[in-house]
Design a binder for this molecule. Sequence first.
Ligand code: MLT
Length: 300
Amino acid sequence: MAYRVAVYNAISASGLGRFAAPHYAVGKALADADAILLRSHALQLSEIPATVKAIARAGAGVNNIPVDEMSKRGVPVFNAPGANANAVKELVIAAVLLAARNVVPAIGYVQSLAASPDFEKRVEDGKKQFAGVELPGRTLGIIGLGAIGGLVAETAIRLGMKVTGYDPEITVDNAWRLPGSVKRAASIEDVLKSSDFVTIHVPLNNHTRHMIGRERLAVAKKGMALLNFSRDAVVDEEAVLASIADKRLRAYICDFPSPKLQGHAGVVTLPHLGASTEEAEENCAVMVVDQLKAFLEEGS
Ligand code: MLT
């Protein structure tokens, strides 16, 4: 059956290869597309031709797609929950280690020493200034215990950390996936009060926008490091900067570049690298292309 898929972002060839050749075209201007396949492109309603019967995102979050309007039109939106969870987990664990050992500011410090005459003394100073902590016995708080949060919990426990988690949506059906030693907190505040590191793994929606703001950060454990590998707007950036200035938050590591956060001590921003591994890109592409194909070719 002939159909046309407009592909808006670079999608792994392992996924695209599952379409027979004439079935997709790369680019936005496909006035008669039957489906849209994308990754990070923020899809506007005006870009969606009336011929579109399905939209697929090669990733977990769907906040860059007008999902409500699509469900009114009866257009399904496919995604790839869990397909990139290991990739995100690995970067989150790396970020916990970076925060624990002050690696990013230490690198900046050493780079600034290049032309310094008292090099050796300043290296010694740096050794003291950037001394860190080890993970066993430290508490990692996880807000959102889905596929990524669950994997992060498992690895953190293997590294000897205590894990406390909060997720109002967890059900008896998916709770079994969580390691038994994850302490279930009653609220986000409880997680923030008791954790040395907190990582957020929730989708962006009306309930989670600016979920971490001034009031909640005010109760955070002093010296906490906050990690955000979910969506930038889940955290109020002004509140984060104020909390770092007050020395309550020690560090904010997030997977989003932000002009507001640029150049602030204690803040590390990444170009949304969490799911950017060969393996995750392939897993996501294969998962959503298979869903699209089944829908377009078999109507299921
Ligand atoms: C996701 O929602 O899974 C990530 O944002 C994926 C990506 O980086 O494309």
